[in-house]
Design a protein around this ligand. Structure first.
Ligand code: HPA
Length: 272
């Protein structure tokens, strides 16, 4: 079965249980999980019941799609994201973005937990993603291109939609929430990085590092979607003052920051 047929089968299965026509897709990565609970009259669909959908393996990520209303808009939210380090292919882990596009979304909102490389950043800060560096050494668009899904050589001069960057900054200012801006660098993981790698990434122009988001954003751009992305800075990756990573502390920081990011995203959605 080709990609378009798989997308169509997944779309039909979702539309069979939900009549709502989503305009906005949200990937509820670490830092945005709470948003799923705020969706009104949401229909929850387990990933297992959607044809061709990958199944989440990480404990901290559930595996369901929620279609419903949020801040006055029709949304589809993905509660549980897929990572390359879990063993999914780039095509598998970006399949939800393809399905969301087929369901009718025009905008994708993504969030993640990331290590701060910019020495001005502190754990608990929120960073608006202005650009990215793909150091995953793989690309989800490799292989035969289906021109109906997007162009062979998609432009990447502004993957994060400039008008949405302005909107997020305005909202953060109104809400008096500190919002950093920066470049997100994605690597495969699952190891955290060495001091030498952090030094290299900072020199390369990155402000934050993580293990997700970039594949989904590449596919979103290919599909012609507008994109808005945020990183929750969960730890400080300073090569000359590096503390051993504490995964529990990283998750704790992400959870503590979640209400602020949820507020920003809800207000952005209301104004989209
Ligand atoms: N690297 C370092 N620190 C992090 C990461 C990462 O990928 N994700 C969250 N904190």
């Amino acid at each position: 079965m080709d990609l378009k047929q798989s997308i169509e089968a997944a779309k039909l299965a979702i539309e069979a249980v939900s009549k709502s026509k989503p305009e906005i897709g949200i990937i509820l990565g670490t830092g945005l999980g709470m948003l799923g609970e705020k969706i009104e009259s949401g229909v929850h669909i387990a990933y297992e019941s959607i044809p061709h959908f990958p199944i989440s393996t990480v404990d901290s990520h559930a595996g369901e799609l929620i279609v419903g209303h949020l801040a006055g808009r029709n949304v589809v939210a993905f509660n549980g994201r897929f990572h390359r380090y879990e063993g999914y292919s780039m095509k598998e882990l970006t399949f939800p973005v393809r399905v969301a596009k087929a369901l009718g979304i025009h905008t994708l909102i993504v969030a993640n937990a990331a290590g701060g490389l910019n020495p001005q950043f502190a754990a608990g800060d929120i960073m608006l993603i202005t650009d990215h560096i793909n150091l995953m050494m793989e690309n989800p668009l490799v292989g035969e291109n289906d021109d109906e899904l997007g162009p062979r050589f998609p432009d990447m001069s502004a993957p994060y939609t400039p008008e949405l960057l302005r909107l997020a900054e305005d909202v953060a200012l109104e809400e008096k929430i500190k919002l950093q801006r920066g470049v997100y660098l994605a690597c495969v993981g699952p190891c955290l990085e060495t001091r030498a790698e952090y030094r290299f990434m900072r020199i390369a122009g990155a402000d934050a590092v993580g293990m997700s988001t970039v594949p989904e954003v590449i596919v979103a751009v290919h599909a012609g979607l507008k994109v808005l992305g945020f990183s929750v800075i969960t730890d400080e990756c300073l090569p000359d003052a590096l503390q051993p990573a504490d995964i529990n502390k990283i998750i704790e920081t992400a959870n503590a920051t979640e209400p602020l990011l949820t507020k920003i995203v809800m207000k952005c959605i209301a104004q989209l």
